[in-house]
Ligand binder design. Sequence first.
Ligand code: DGL
Length: 293
Amino acid sequence: MAKIGVFDSGYGGLTILDAIRKKLPQYDYLYLGDNARAPYGTHSFDVIYRYTLQAVKYLIEQDCALVILACNTASAKALRTIQQHDLPLINKSRAQKVNVLGVIRPTVEAVPTITKTGHVGILATPATVSSESYVLELEKIAPELTIVQHACPMWVPLIEAGEHNEPGAKYFIGKYLREILAKDPQIDTLVLGCTHYPLMKERIDNWLEFRHELDESEFPQPTDSPKVTTIAQGELEADSLADYLKRHPEYREQLSQGGTCTYLTTENADRFSQSASNFLSAPICAKTIQLGD
Ligand code: DGL
C-alpha cells in the first residue's frame, strides 16, 4: 500500500503537512525537506526543476502514490514540466499510476472570496514572483482584481536558520510588508505565497495590525488604509486534497491507512528533528537521506 509524499525545500512544507494531517489523519505520510539545498527561491528554473524532480522520484521510489509539492517555488517552476514530461515516462512502467500536485491553484481559487477592496498582494520567493504564476492564474479566474507581487528573499533563510523569532527578524518582516503596501496601499489581502511564511504569521499579522503605531516615523503608514488579512495555504491545500481524493478513487484506493508520518531531510537529522518538533509542537524523529540524479 502507498503513502502520500509531502515535499518542500525545507521546513515550510510542515505548515501544509500539519493541516493535511488534521483533515486526513487516516493516511500514511512521508515528509521530505531538502534543507541542505534550501532556499530554492533564489535559484534558476533549471536548478529548481532538477532538485524537485530528484525529490519527486525519491518519494515515488518510497511508495508514494501522490506527491504534494508543498512548496510554491517548486510548484511555480517545476510542477508543469514534471506533470507533462516526467510523469508520463514514470507512469509508463508502473501498474498503478502516481501523480504530483501543487499548492498554487487551491490558493488562487480562495483569493477572490476573501478580498473586499479587490486589491491583492502576493508575498513569495524571488523565483515564484518571477514565474508570475499567481498573477497569471488570478487573471484567468478574477480579471477584475488588482494584483501586486513582492519578493521576500530573506524570509526563508531566516526561518531555515531558526532566526525568525529573534529580535533581528523584525527589520526584514517590516521591510517587505512596508514595501508591498507602498506599491498599493489599498491591499486588503496578502497571500503568504511561500509555505515557510506561516511559521512567522503571528509576527506578520502583528506588524500589519499595529503598523500605524510603529516607531518608524520615516515610513508613515497611511491611516486610512484597509485592515489586511493574510492567507496561509495549509487549510486550502488540505481541503483541495480531500476533494481530489474523493474524485480520484484510483489514487485513494492505493493509500494505506495507518495514520503514520515519517520525516526525511537532506540535512542533519537531529537539527531537523529539533526544529520540526518546535514547529509542529510534537516530538518527531527524522532520518537523513541523500538526493541525487
Ligand atoms: N517553502 C518554499 C515555498 O513555498 C520555500 C522555497 C525556498 O526554499 O526558497 O516557496
